[in-house]
Design a protein around this ligand. Structure first.
Ligand SMILES: NC(=O)c1ccc[n+]([C@@H]2O[C@H](COP(=O)([O-])OP(=O)(O)OC[C@H]3O[C@@H](n4cnc5c(N)ncnc54)[C@H](O)[C@@H]3O)[C@@H](O)[C@H]2O)c1
Length: 316
């Protein structure tokens, strides 16, 4: 049986599929030629990321296509319900990148706590002429250990982030309207395991108590952090949004930074992608990444092997 990985797949995924007896094709076929290609080559499994779309017309026109797989989380590019009604299997890998996103959040948090985002901008320009000035400017760093991390949205990534926080010596508090508590198991290098039970509390209490706040909620109609929420937060708090553009009101955030209410913030996602507001890009209080939360080699490996395991389970 043939697998077409139209938006690419990791070598570990190819290896696992080949070991399972599949032929893997990694050619990128243009969207308008996809139906013909799938039928001519007798493709059984189509794997996509976010670039290729799998709509009704393709599903109807390719009766021998049995499995549609999305490497990653969101399946907006696939007509999932329709495909399932037609008896096709639709799979994805929602957990594969959770730890990668959690580590990016901590990259930002450690950086913001010690002004690395500014220092990395200033050292190339002034490191030789104003070393002492910069040393003084960035002298008032803070440690994360002993501080409180507030997590809004305690699903896969929220919990993965909480685990990293606990490992770094932080206290974790969380709000999730659909979850009362979560059991977190931390694995250590020597085989030890430790369990932590975190009971969620109200959003208001999280906002009031958090020294650092991180969002891990799905896209929604309203802002999760807007002006009213920012006003409740601790003075000088630090905020990270690696969830979705549009869950934080960017205008209100910049205002809160300007007034000093919020000390600094990190954004991996933006209301306007791929053209974030210049006001954000130029703001020295912001630590910025171009939506790279899930972009690690390890996450890509896990996506590939998790897809392969599911495909082998369905078809073999
Ligand atoms: N930065 C990146 O590259 C990157 C990568 C992967 C996922 N994400 C994003 O991260 C977010 C979380 O992903 P996940 O896999 O943890 O999802 P998940 O579904 O496992 O968890 C989301 C949690 O948020 C909770 N929630 C919903 N509305 C809420 C609200 N208003 N307030 C508080 N909690 C709320 C849900 O009950 C759920 O437990 C998603 O928005 C996803 O798109 C970003």
């Amino acid at each position: 049986m043939k697998v077409l990985a139209n938006d690419g797949i990791s070598q570990s995924g190819i290896d696992a599929l080949e070991k399972g007896g599949f032929e893997v094709i990694t050619t990128t076929v243009a969207q308008e030629q996809l139906i013909n290609y799938i039928n001519e080559k007798d493709i059984t499994v189509l794997l996509v990321r976010s670039a290729t779309t799998v709509r009704k017309d393709l599903i109807d026109a390719c009766p021998n296509l049995k499995v549609i797989g999305r490497g990653g989380v969101g399946m907006d590019n696939i007509d999932v319900e329709y495909a399932r009604e037609q008896g096709r299997s639709v799979i994805n890998t929602p957990a594969a990148s959770s730890h990668s996103v959690a580590e990016l959040v901590f990259g930002h948090l450690f950086g913001l706590a010690r002004f690395l985002h500014n220092s990395n901008r200033d050292m190339p320009l002034e490191g030789d002429s104003n070393f002492k000035g910069l040393k003084k400017a960035y002298a008032k760093g803070t440690e994360l250990k002993g501080k409180t991390l507030g997590v809004l949205g305690f699903g896969r990534i929220g919990q993965a982030t909480a685990k990293v926080a606990i490992g770094a010596g932080m206290k974790v508090i969380a709000f999730d309207p659909f979850m009362d508590e979560a059991n977190l198991e931390l694995d250590f290098f020597d085989g030890q395991k430790l369990n932590f039970n975190i009971k969620t509390i109200s959003k208001e209490d999280v906002l009031k108590q958090a020294d650092f706040l991180t969002l891990h909620v799905p896209a929604q109609d309203d802002y999760v952090i807007g002006k009213p929420e920012l006003e409740i937060m601790k003075d000088g708090a630090i905020l990270v949004n690696a969830a979705r553009g549009g869950v934080v009101d960017e205008v209100a955030l910049v205002e809160a930074i300007t007034s000093g209410k919020i000390a600094r913030a990190a954004l991996d996602v933006f209301e306007k992608e791929p053209k974030p507001e210049m006001q954000l890009l130029m703001n020295p209080a912001l630590s910025l990444t171009p939506h790279t939360g899930a972009a690690t080699n390890e996450a890509q490996d896990r996506i590939g092997t998790e897809l392969a395991e599911q495909i082998i389970g369905i078809l073999k």
